[in-house]
Ligand binder design. Sequence first.
Ligand code: CO
Length: 134
Amino acid sequence: MIGRLNHVAIAVKDLAASTALYRDTLGARVSQSLPQPEHGVTVVFVELPNTKIELLEPLGADSPIAKFLERNADGGIHHICYEVDDILAARDRLKAQGARVLGSGEPRVGAHGKPVLFLHPKDFLGTLVELEQA
Ligand code: CO
């Protein structure tokens, strides 16, 4: 059911320093930083040949990654995103198998302008999983 790995998201405290690490130390192609107030983060996209890394820095008072960074002072992998062909069919199949979908259970438009859902990390090996309509 799941398809390509769309991205791995890493929560960071210092986006400028983290971008420099990927650009200068790892030699990756990085985007400008893009504030996304509706998602409570500022994002830098690291473009790799086969996927993307998204560096996420909290934006605003109630950022969804603030608590994660309290627990992970050095930053860390926040979620991984898999593409699915049909997000509603994927959701229904997962729910039928007992997986918990976060929030209302209805897809929201994510950072790439496509419908996304998040799955409870306790159901997926301690990893927050994002599904994005391909
Ligand atoms: Co994501």
